[in-house]
Design a protein around this ligand. Sequence first.
Ligand code: NAD
Length: 281
Amino acid sequence: MAVPTIVLPNGVEIPQIGLGVFLMEDPDETSWAVKHAVYTGYRHFDTAAIYGNEEVLGTALKESGLIREQLFITSKLWNNMQGYEKTKLALEETLAKLGTDYLDLYLIHWYGLDVKGSWLAMEELYEAGKIKAIGVSNFTIDHLESMKEYATIKPMINQVETHPYFPQDELREYMQNEGIVHEAWGPLSQGKTDLLLHPVLQSIADKYQKTTAQIVLRWHVERGTVIIPKSVHPGRISENFAITDFTLTEEDMQEIATINMETRFGRIPNDHEFIERTSKG
Ligand code: NAD
């Protein structure tokens, strides 16, 4: 079954399931994983300048034989390149590394020291056609509200930690009202928790003859969230994609809602020490 797409506020369609490439550090392994993903049917890839693998990703995608228009490529502006001029430079570097002349989606990675300058540059780059859609990552409601003072274009997407232990219901409702698409990073909780062993997920998985990872990913899809699960293992890359041949019932969704821990396991958005440290240079 075809991968569903979500329509961004400007009409651009983003495939709802993509491959995240965070922590893919070995070039051969990364290249192999990306090619396996393309073979499996993935067309959406999520990288970032800070991941250090834009070049490997770009080359692997070229070698996979698809044409550029068949792909949806996201990258992110790192904290040390925030600011009007530096953002334009950063995009040029990213495009050169990926070997492409446009990005499908460019995100401000964290709410750093010059979000306004970066956003104004991104609006221009968007108008110039170098980026098909623009958004942010790790932004809170307050961060998004503060952008209203200067943004001509509203962020089209916000990529934030989200999984059944941290469903982000409040932010999600706010974004729904604002027309900002919800994208989940760490959709499987990054392998940092016992999520995939949870008995509620296990019993639903048994019912559908699926794995708990597939139940979690399907839960995201039912909620209209864009997901970019990461794996370098061919079996898991395929497994994470094979979630379009079943649906969860309202009852399943309600059961999964009961395991919410209201706890994030990744970095908090307002980690000032981290922002200061990573904004240098
Ligand atoms: P994830 O939730 O996708 O978890 C990845 C880990 O889950 C893998 O390393 C593996 O151990 C395990 N896993 C994957 N598939 C599995 C399966 N089928 N069964 C069992 N275990 C499985 O976490 P992530 O990689 O951190 O997040 C996904 C993507 O989101 C990243 O690759 C990156 O592109 C993006 N991301 C963005 C930010 C941000 O600040 N914007 C932060 C983290 C990640």
